[in-house]
Design a protein around this ligand. Structure first.
Ligand code: ZN
Ligand code: ZN
Length: 297
């Protein structure tokens, strides 16, 4: 009996964290919302929280974090929150804002919605774009070359969602959500909302959220299945946040992955992750040099 309640409490940690993050942005004073550091502080807080949960409620011993994994993940966490975040603003958000103004696109109705509906709108528009891009990455070789490094991770941990080729990290951040008029706190809440789900669905935490949550939102079970060894097994559960989209579009598969990775689970170094999309070019170049005289890696 006590065990059942304890399990339910652990299973409810992801939904409870999500509620805490939404409440934070709803009640945050304007000065905090306008402070450009607040979003990063929130990201650091929930990431540290999930890393702590990995130590207390471990899911699989073979996913246990070690120094090498932690430092690699931390490198990507910093990269995505600095260089990639800046590139997304300069190369997509700002041009979209300009386009929005010059074409006179306005959605004043979105400003009138209740806060939760605004967050839901943001999350849905953001996630639908991510779903399409992610599916394209699995369907088309040039895009797969950017996404494959993320699938070469051989264990799942809180910051693993940030691990991948920088080009991919940029591509999945492209979206049209900047075309909507939404209050800043709803937009920032939307980013934190997707961040929390993305962190839990890569984390080595024992929580299996109840159906009221896992019907709509992606969990570690759904996403670990997407990370299964063998390329064909990865072709499902594309939604990083709203598994509901996979259920509607017929790409949902029930299951869970424990052994994760690609290419016989060979772990890539950061350098290999960065140059991975150039593989066909490197092979072509090595081929031209003649019969195997060039040392492989
Ligand atoms: Zn994928
Ligand atoms: Zn992933």
């Amino acid at each position: 009996m006590g065990e059942g309640i304890k399990k339910l409490a652990v299973d409810c940690i992801p939904p409870a964290t999500l509620v805490a993050v939404v409440a934070f942005w709803y009640y945050a004073p304007a000065a905090w919302v306008e402070n450009p550091w607040t979003l990063l502080m929130v990201s650091i807080t929930y990431t540290a929280w999930v890393l702590l949960l990995e130590l207390v409620f471990e899911r699989h011993a073979i996913w246990r974090i070690n120094t090498r994994e932690f430092l690699t993940d931390l490198f990507y966490f910093v990269l995505i929150n600095t260089v990639i975040a800046k590139l997304v603003i300069v190369l997509t958000d700002e041009p979209l804002h300009t386009l929005k103004e010059s074409w006179g696109i306005a959605t004043p109705w979105a400003m009138q919605l209740p806060f939760l509906a605004q967050v839901a709108l943001f999350v849905f528009v953001w996630e639908f774009g991510q779903y399409l891009m992610h599916r394209l990455m699995h369907d088309w070789e040039p895009f797969w070359l950017t996404h494959a490094p993320h699938h070469h991770i051989t264990q799942l941990n809180a910051m693993k969602g940030a691990v991948g080729n920088p080009l991919e990290l940029f591509l999945v951040s492209i979206g049209v959500v900047a075309l909507f008029d939404l209050p800043l706190n709803a937009v920032l809440c939307g980013y934190s909302f997707t961040g929390v789900i993305g962190t839990f669905n890569h984390a080595n935490v024992r929580s299996d959220p109840p159906f009221f949550y896992s019907f709509f939102f992606t969990t570690i079970r759904h996403h670990s299945y997407h990370h299964s060894v063998g390329y064909e097994n990865t072709r499902c559960n594309y939604s990083n946040n709203l598994i509901l989209i996979d259920r509607i579009l017929g790409t949902y598969k029930e299951g869970e992955g424990i052994l994760v990775g690609q290419d016989e689970r060979r772990r890539l170094s950061i350098w290999e992750q960065f140059v991975f999309p150039l593989r066909p070019l490197i092979k072509l170049f090595e081929g031209k040099k003649g019969d195997g005289s060039v040392a492989g890696h």
